[in-house]
Design a protein around this ligand. Structure first.
Ligand SMILES: [Zn+2]
Length: 89
């Protein structure tokens, strides 16, 4: 009688484990992120006018001067550029 109950519990555990693994296998897998699959706009390279470096536009610091847009790799380059602009006038 007691053995029968243990057997029943054992079967329940086995059934649960099978169910758990089936759910794990059937669950939709998230598509792996692909670095190259980004939007086209992110591929645009811009030039840093201060140190003449090319960098992705999304990583650049934008500064508008004289109706033009300038891009910089760092705040330091931006400050240098602005300082140079002031000294010109
Ligand atoms: Zn720079």
């Amino acid at each position: 009688m007691i053995l029968g109950i243990f057997r029943l519990i054992f079967y329940l555990i086995v059934a649960y484990v099978i169910y758990f693994f089936l759910r794990l296998l059937l669950s939709p897998r998230r598509p792996a992120r692909r670095h190259s699959d980004r939007t086209q706009s992110s591929n645009i390279m811009v030039k840093d006018e201060t140190c003449n470096t090319y960098l992705p536009r999304e990583d650049a610091i934008l500064e508008k001067a004289d109706g033009r847009e300038y891009y910089f790799c760092s705040q330091e380059c931006r400050q240098k550029f602005l300082g140079r602009k002031k000294s010109e006038h």
